[in-house]
Ligand binder design. Structure first.
Ligand SMILES: Nc1ncnc2c1ncn2[C@@H]1O[C@H](COP(=O)(O)OP(=O)(O)OP(=O)(O)O)[C@@H](O)[C@H]1O
Ligand SMILES: [Mg+2]
Length: 466
């Protein structure tokens, strides 16, 4: 669309500022406002669509993509704020600028809560709207860049699959890995949370003859018991209500590689017999299917419980336990190989500082002494999380650590003295930030949910909740 050279604000400049990658939807019931916005934005954007109600806008959005919506608040039918709420609930992640003639603080706050990026008052002039669009565009660019970077970081973290540490515990583990990696037998990894079970599983895979095949991790605790059989083994068309077509299971996806059954202790008893048969016969039968599928993969299972205790308690089949533990690797808790702490700290700083885009951290002798006497209930993951947090903050930050058994009032230079208070405050703020979701909070804190619950219960709070 051509813009008018009579309006001084839209006079063509030598280089017209613009966002040629952006599609914009403008929604206003005032035709004059629509014309003005289209005239201003069309020469600067890839595409501008106009609509005169939320309903019309929604109809267009059903079949098209918008990076930005400029939305009038008072519309006939659904109001701008109400539609915005709906849009966000439906997962619209683009930018939204709300415009209104009636300025009141409450509306502005409600709009921002509903997920608006910006809020402009009518009447406004061209530079104002251009500036708002510019900021939205910049925000989107940063968000995307961040997404790509984060993925690169995770990939990087995955690539470095080697175990750090020279203690005898880690050296023994390395030797076992070496011995076990080449054979295709099933492996059982046992160890507390955060001791490196997944890392070892990936290393076993990377050193196996199927290293070029897929590594497929499955969290047995995360799949619902009703679905887990078909998730693992796939199903035939019509196997159950809703199975409108055949579907492959995770075993299929892991063909030629490694299937990593994490948290195996959580596998429902009913599936355990089927899993045992699959491992023994090297074949599976998808749910409702007549056909057997031969398996060409290795199964690695992991648990942070002692499976023998689960067997004794009747929660885990003994025959499956015996089958899994043909090769049984015990991962040591970090408190049993504290000698590796300096090397691990150095490794995490080196690994994460460039990825986070921060300066590496230097650690004083006092700080290291503290790290060495602490007992690390969350094991290496807790240490890793501490280093990550500290890199971001630019200083070793122990506020989220549990007081070591040697006493919670450790007074060391430069560190907060009352760890118990700091710890409590930190845990509560993390819990608050995830609306009391203990599973999430435990993940963020780098400890098991059980540890977190025990902690909260110690303060006399109720340990119920999600
Ligand atoms: N010896 C080690 N050297 C380097 N990194 C390690 C080592 N042990 C653990 N890590 C790192 O610590 C973190 C936690 O390890 P991992 O996820 O493998 O633990 P896990 O035993 O699977 O825990 P969970 O039972 O909670 O799932 C990972 O980032 C992992 O890379
Ligand atoms: Mg794990």
């Amino acid at each position: 669309m051509n813009h008018s050279p009579t309006d001084p604000d839209t006079l063509p400049q030598r280089t017209l500022e613009g966002w040629p990658d952006w599609s914009v939807l403008v929604v206003d019931d005032e035709q004059g406002m629509l014309n003005f916005l289209v005239k201003t934005l069309a020469p600067r954007c890839h595409f501008v669509m106009s609509a005169s109600s939320a309903e019309e806008g929604a109809q267009w959005l059903a079949g098209h993509h918008a990076d930005l919506i400029i939305l009038d608040i008072s519309l006939p039918g659904t109001s701008g704020v109400a539609w915005l709420k709906e849009l966000r609930e439906q997962g619209f992640t683009g930018e939204v600028i709300l415009i209104t003639a009636f300025a009141d603080l409450e509306t502005a706050i409600e709009a921002l809560r509903a997920g608006a990026s910006d809020f402009i008052l009518k009447p406004f002039r061209v530079p104002q709207i251009l500036n708002a669009v510019k900021q939205c565009h910049e925000r989107t660019r940063l968000r995307r860049e961040n997404f790509v970077l984060k993925r690169a970081v995770t990939r990087e973290a995955r690539r470095s699959t080697s175990l750090v540490g020279a203690s005898s515990a880690i050296q023994d583990l390395r030797q076992s890995i070496e011995r076990v990696a080449a054979v295709s037998s099933t492996v059982l990894l046992q160890g507390e949370s955060g001791t490196g079970k997944e890392l070892v599983a990936r290393e076993l895979h990377a050193r196996s003859v199927r290293a070029s095949g897929p590594f497929v991790p499955v969290n047995c605790a995360a799949v619902s018991p009703e679905l887990i059989e078909s998730e693992l083994f796939g199903h035939a068309k019509g196997a159950f209500t809703g199975a409108t077509r055949a579907r492959d299971g995770l075993f299929h996806y892991a063909q030629g590689g490694t299937l990593f059954l994490d948290e195996i202790a959580e596998l429902p008893l009913s599936i355990q017999a089927t899993l045992l048969r699959a491992i023994e016969d090297h074949q599976i039968r998808p749910v409702g299917s007549q056909q057997l599928v031969p398996l060409k993969l290795r199964v690695i299972a992991a648990t942070n419980r002692q499976l023998s205790e689960e067997v004794a308690a009747g929660r885990f089949r003994q025959d499956l336990f015996f089958r899994l533990r043909v090769v049984d690797l015990q991962l040591p808790p970090l408190r049993e190989h504290k000698a590796d702490i300096p090397a691990l700290v150095g490794h995490f700083i080196e690994q994460m500082a460039p990825a986070l885009g921060v300066e590496p951290l230097s650690i004083s002798d006092e700080e290291m002494a503290f790290l060495l006497q602490y007992d690390w209930p969350g094991n290496v993951r807790e240490l890793r999380n501490l280093i990550e947090r500290s890199l971001i903050l630019g200083a070793i930050n122990v506020s989220a650590l549990y007081p070591a058994q040697t006493g919670g009032q450790k007074d060391i230079a430069g560190l907060p003295t009352d760890l118990q208070t700091l710890e409590k405050r930190h845990i509560l703020s993390v819990l608050e930030s995830v609306q009391g979701d203990k599973t999430r909070a435990a993940q963020l804190l780098g400890v098991s949910r059980r540890t977190l619950e025990r902690r909260v219960a110690e303060w006399g709070f109720s340990a119920t909740g999600r």
